[in-house]
Design a protein around this ligand. Structure first.
Ligand code: MEV
Length: 417
């Protein structure tokens, strides 16, 4: 570590920026940018804080879930994501909307033991006999959760490899709950240590199989028709794409990436831990040993039927949710009040996103729809002013292949004209 880095975390953000400026010879423009985007809150949230990294926020419109219409704030940098979510959502809404199942909600706190050789059966027997104690110890560590009607509910035991995993099932009410679960799991870990067990770790598991959310939709063929293909053919090709994602991990990964485009954007806008959701979703996609598409699409009775299940241990309180004013504003925009409602809406956005992507893939391909948005991004990236962006975008749209060099040339020509 270089000298200038020592004690960096103790400095104020302005002092940190000054040290970096000297060490990296940052230009005045970069210094100004870092200063302009800095916030008081950011410095309270992370160590070695410099500035806020901003992402665009937009709103998906026309999403109907269980008979309610939602406007869903989404935070994402990829140009086509919000457009695709709205597009998919509206096609489903015109066919009746999404049907989201009621979510069972519990998190798992995992306390992992290393048993002595030959002791596994005896340890399991002891743990089974002390389940009520384990639950009581967990709840004593977080009495307010119990008072709110949640807390540790049950214990299950697993033996992965040479280990014993004591899985505490914990109801965290409306919260994201990671800190609470860790506190409870660690208390149980200490208690087991005091009773002679060799405790390896005690931590929340992000494989939230007790917080699965399912959403379904039926889409009329007429809603799938494109300029070049009738709806029935699009539906059949979408069903084939879905079948492909069930058997080919290469396609399944991209299929799921499309679903997570929407889910992550909602998670960020609502202050949820999107890395936890990502990790759980992909583990669930590989639950039978092969990585598969999280959603399926089949054709039934002149309609395309979509189905998506994934772990969604979301919260509407806790973490940074109460700290960030924009996060709170996003709850006001969406009208979402409970964790169950958020899980239902989030899964629906994921399926809407997937519908829009597969419809494009099944017909004209993804680039045709992305072209206009890509041209706009290119125009911005080569320095077009807000007034020039639509003009450059329009000119770029006349070309078959667009890239940065072309965008630079087009902007130069426009300025000459
Ligand atoms: C791009 O961000 C997402 C897609 O590749 C998803 C898919 O292929 O299903 C369009």
């Amino acid at each position: 570590m270089s000298d200038w880095q020592h004690g960096f975390y103790k400095l104020s953000p302005a002092e940190r920026r000054a040290r970096l400026t000297a060490a990296r010879q940052l230009s005045p423009a970069v210094q100004q940018l870092l200063t302009d985007q800095a916030s008081v809150l950011g410095n309270q949230l992370v160590e070695n804080y410099l500035t806020d990294y901003r992402l665009p926020e937009g709103v998906a419109l026309g999403l109907r879930v269980n008979g309610t219409d939602y406007q869903v704030p989404m935070v994402v940098e990829e140009p086509s994501v919000i457009a695709a979510a709205s597009n998919g959502a509206q096609r489903v809404a015109r066919s009746g909307g999404f049907n989201a199942h009621h979510q069972q909600r519990a998190l798992v706190g995992q306390v992992v033991l290393v048993p002595h050789p030959g002791q596994v059966s005896a340890d399991l027997k002891w743990l089974r006999a002390h389940q009520a104690d384990l639950i009581a110890v967990a709840n004593q560590a977080h009495p307010s959760m119990k008072r709110r009607g949640g807390g540790a509910q049950s214990v299950s035991l697993r033996t992965p490899g040479q280990f014993i995993s004591v899985d505490l099932s914990i109801d965290v009410c409306q919260a994201m709950g990671a800190n609470s679960v860790n506190t409870m799991a660690e208390a149980v870990g200490r208690w087991l240590s005091d009773h002679g067990f060799n405790v390896l770790t005690a931590i929340l598991s992000n494989y939230a199989t007790s917080s699965l959310q399912t959403v379904e939709c039926r889409v009329d063929f007429s809603q799938l028709t494109t300029r070049t293909m009738v709806g029935e053919k699009v539906a059949n090709r979408m069903a084939q794409l879905s079948a492909l994602a069930q058997v080919d991990p290469y396609r399944a990964t991209t299929h799921n990436k499309g679903i997570m485009n929407g889910i992550d954007a909602v998670m960020i806008a609502t202050g949820n831990d999107w890395r936890a959701i990502e990790a759980g979703a992909h583990a669930y996609a590989a639950r039978d040993g092969q990585y598969r598409g999280l959603s399926t699409w089949t054709v039934d009775n002149q309609q395309l039927v979509g189905h998506l299940t994934l772990p969604l241990p979301v919260g509407v309180v806790g973490g940074s949710i109460g700290l960030n004013a924009l996060t709170k504003a996003n709850y006001a925009i969406s009208g979402i009040k409970s964790a169950e409602e958020l899980a239902a809406v989030t899964a629906s956005v994921g399926l809407a996103q997937n519908l829009a992507a597969l419809r494009a893939l099944a017909s004209s391909g993804i680039q045709a729809g992305h072209m206009k948005l890509q041209c706009r991004s290119l125009a911005v990236s080569v320095g077009a002013t807000p007034a020039e962006v639509p003009l450059v975008t329009k000119r770029l749209a006349n070309y078959q292949h667009v890239d940065r060099a072309l965008a630079e040339r087009v902007l130069k020509e426009l300025r000459k004209d």
